[in-house]
Design a protein around this ligand. Structure first.
Ligand code: ARG
Length: 578
C-alpha cells in the first residue's frame, strides 16, 4: 500500500469537487513535525496562485469536500493554505495487521510488469576487478532486486569488456606460457601481474608487438587456435569475477554475461545502417556522427566516432548494437546502465544516435546512472599505499578480517564457526551499506572505522537491531503465528506504524531514480525508531498485559521482516545472534 497515493487520490477528488481543474497536483508530502500532522497536502497554494485567488479560502473549500472518514482522525488548515492530515491510529493498525501475512509486506505487485534491462558490473576481463567496479556491481544489484520485489521483469546484462586489441597481446603471452608447459589456471592466477608482463613484452620485446597485432587480426577473423586461447583467457577471468560476486552476495550469474564480443558480428551492420541513413559520414577515413544536439557554445557539433580509419570498431559501436539488441530482441521497456560518471558523455551520445537510427524506439527508456568515485581518507582516489589500484578481492578479505576482530572483542566466548559466519555477513554488509547509503552521484570517502561502527547508519547497526528483535522472540516463548493483533497506542508505536507503511513509497523512489541510498536511509530510520520504541514500550516486563505483549511482539515481528527484506534487497545478510 502507498498512503501517499491514497491521500493524493482523496485530496484530488476534493480539489475537483471544490472547482479546481482535474490535473491539479495535490502535492502530498510527509510532515516533518508531528504537530503538523502525519502528512500534508500543499497543492492548494500553487492552484490558488494560478487562479489568482485567496489560498486560505480555497483550502477551506477543499477541506469541506475532503472525505477521509476512517482514514484520518483530524484535518487541519494551517498557515496560508496547508492541509495537515492526522491519520487515524486504528486505520494504521488495521493496515499493519493486513500486511503481516503478505509475502511482500504490503508492497503491491505491479499490475503491468515492465521489462527492464539492467547493465551493471561489467568488468574488463583483461584485468582483475578493482574497487571501481564495486559501485556498479552493488548499486546495480540493489536496483535489480528492488525492481523484482515490485514485480518488474528484470533482464541482467553483464556487458563485460572481453574484446578489443589488448587481447592480441594477452593471448600471445598466454600462448607462450602454455608452450612453456604452464597451466592456464596458474598462469592467470593473478591477472594484474599477467597483464603487466604482457605489456612489458609488448613495449620492449622485439617482434612481440607484431605478433600481438597479428593475433588481433586472427581473432577477429575467427581463427580457431586464437579463439581457443581467448576462450581460455576469458573463462578464467570470468571465474575470478564470479568469486567476487559470490563473496559480495550479488545475484549475477554466468548466463547474464553478454560481453562486448557478443556484438562483434553486428558491428558492420550498425555502421552500414548509420551510413545508409546518412547519420554517420566519412571523415578523414573514419566514420563519424556529428551531433548537433550536443554542440558546444561555439556551435561546433559533438563528434562521435563509430569506426576508426583503419576499420576498427569502438566501445561506442558496441553500445549502439547493444541498444538495438536490448530493445529489439529483449523487448526492453526500459534500459538502465550503471557506470562511473566519466562515461556520462558517452551514453548521452549513444542515446541520441541510437534514437535517430531507430535502434532505440521512443517508448523505450534509456537511463545512464552515473556514480561518483570512492576516495581514500586523504580525499584522493582510493589507492594502495604505493599508489596501485586496490583489488576488490583483497578489500573484501580485509573487511571480513576487521569485522572478525571487532566481533571477537565484543564476544570473546564466540565459537569459531559462529565467528566466521558472522564476520562474513558483517564485513561484507558494512562495505556494501557504506557504499549504497551514499548519494549515488557524489564521490565518497572510504572509511573502515565508520562503516564498521555499531552506531549510526551502518550495516552492523541494522544487523544488530535485527538480531536484538530475534532475541526478544527467543525469550518471549510465543509462537510467531500465535500472535494477536497490533494496536497502536503510544507515540513510538505510531511512528513505527507510519514508517512501516511507507515501504512501497520508498521502493518506488529507489526504482524510479535508481537510488538505493533512499532504502538505506529508510532502514536506518526504521531501526532507530525501533530502538526508541524498545526503550519506551516494555514488552516482556512483568505487569504487561497479554494483549499489549502480543501487540508489541507482532509489531516487532513486522519490523524484523521489513529489516530483513530491506537488507535483502541491498544484498546484505542478517543473523539471529551477533
Ligand atoms: N566495461 C566498462 C568499464 O569497465 C563498462 C561497461 C558498461 N556498459 C556498457 N554498455 N558500456 O568501464
Amino acid at each position: 500500500m502507498n498512503i501517499k497515493n491514497i491521500l493524493a487520490e482523496k485530496v484530488s477528488a476534493a480539489m475537483v469537487a471544490a472547482g479546481l481543474p482535474e490535473d491539479t497536483n495535490p502535492a502530498i508530502s510527509l510532515s516533518n513535525r508531528p504537530q503538523f500532522g502525519d502528512y500534508q497536502a500543499n497543492g492548494v497554494m500553487g492552484a490558488a496562485k494560478k487562479l489568482k485567488t485567496n489560498p486560505r479560502e480555497l483550502a477551506t473549500k477543499v477541506v469541506e469536500q475532503l472525505n477521509l472518514d476512517g482514514i484520518a482522525e483530524k484535518i487541519e488548515l494551517a498557515g496560508p493554505g496547508f492541509i495537515n492530515i492526522h491519520l487515524d491510529q486504528a486505520w494504521l493498525a488495521a493496515n499493519l495487521n493486513n500486511t503481516r501475512d503478505d509475502a511482500y509486506i504490503g508492497v503491491t505487485q505491479r499490475e503491468v510488469a515492465q521489462t527492464v534491462v539492467v547493465d551493471y558490473s561489467a568488468p574488463n576481463l583483461a584485468k582483475e576487478m578493482h574497487v571501481g567496479h564495486l559501485r556498479s556491481t552493488i548499486i546495480g544489484d540493489a536496483v535489480v532486486r528492488a525492481l523484482e520485489f515490485r514485480g518488474d521483469k528484470v533482464i541482467r546484462q553483464n556487458h563485460m569488456g572481453d574484446w578489443g586489441t589488448q587481447f592480441g597481446m594477452l593471448i600471445a603471452h598466454l600462448s607462450d606460457k602454455l608452450a612453456g608447459n604452464e597451466v592456464a589456471e596458474t598462469a592467470l592466477a593473478d591477472l594484474e601481474n599477467f597483464y603487466r608482463e604482457a605489456k612489458v613484452r609488448f613495449d620492449e620485446e622485439e617482434g612481440f608487438a607484431d605478433r600481438a597485432r597479428d593475433y588481433v587480426v586472427k581473432l577477429q577473423s575467427g581463427d580457431e587456435k586464437c579463439d581457443k586461447l581467448w576462450q581460455q583467457f576469458i573463462d578464467i577471468s570470468i571465474s575470478h569475477s564470479e568469486d567476487i560476486y559470490q563473496k559480495l552476495n550479488v545475484s549475477l550469474q554466468r548466463k547474464d554475461i553478454m560481453g562486448e564480443s557478443a556484438y562483434n558480428d553486428d558491428l558492420s551492420n550498425v555502421i552500414d545502417e548509420l551510413m545508409a541513413k546518412e547519420i554517420a559520414v566519412e571523415d578523414q577515413g573514419a566514420k563519424v556522427v556529428f551531433i548537433d544536439e550536443m554542440a558546444n557554445k561555439d556551435g561546433e557539433p559533438s563528434v562521435f566516432i563509430v569506426q576508426k580509419s583503419g576499420g576498427g570498431y569502438l566501445y561506442a559501436t558496441t553500445d549502439l548494437s547493444a541498444c538495438r539488441y536490448r530493445s529489439g530482441q529483449l523487448n526492453a521497456d526500459r534500459i538502465i546502465i550503471f557506470t562511473d560518471a566519466r562515461q556520462s558523455l558517452h551514453f548521452k551520445q549513444v542515446e541520441i544516435v541510437a534514437r535517430k537510427a531507430g535502434f532505440l524506439p521512443e517508448h523505450v527508456g534509456y537511463q545512464h546512472c552515473p556514480f561518483g568515485m570512492m576516495m581514500g581518507d586523504d580525499g584522493k582516489p582510493f589507492k594502495t599505499r604505493t599508489g596501485g589500484t586496490i583489488k576488490l578481492a583483497e578489500l573484501l578479505d580485509e573487511a571480513v578480517s576487521r569485522a572478525s576482530d571487532l566481533i571477537k572483542e565484543k564476544n570473546p566466548e564466540i565459537s569459531a564457526e559462529d565467528l566466521a559466519n558472522i564476520s562474513k555477513k558483517v564485513g561484507i554488509g558494512a562495505v556494501k551499506f557504506a557504499d549504497l547509503s551514499k548519494n549515488r552521484t557524489s564521490d565518497y570517502i572510504f572509511s573502515w572505522k565508520t562503516m564498521l561502527s555499531f552506531e549510526g547508519a551502518t550495516a552492523p547497526y541494522l544487523q544488530y537491531a535485527y538480531s536484538r528483535i530475534q532475541s526478544i522472540f527467543a525469550k518471549a516463548n510465543v509462537a510467531s503465528d500465535a500472535l494477536g493483533q497490533i494496536a497502536i497506542v503510544e507515540p513510538q508505536e505510531k511512528a513505527l506504524a507510519l514508517k512501516l507503511l511507507q515501504l512501497e513509497d520508498v521502493i518506488d523512489a529507489v526504482i524510479s531514480e535508481c537510488t538505493p541510498n533512499l532504502l538505506c536511509n529508510y532502514l536506518y530510520e526504521l531501526a532507530s525508531l525501533y530502538m526508541s520504541f524498545y526503550e519506551a514500550c516494555p514488552i516482556l516486563k512483568e505487569g504487561i498485559s497479554e494483549e499489549v505483549k502480543h501487540s508489541r511482539l507482532a509489531l516487532c515481528q513486522l519490523i524484523s521482516k521489513t529489516l530483513n527484506q530491506g537488507l535483502d534487497i541491498l544484498g546484505i545478510e542478517v543473523m539471529e545472534r551477533m
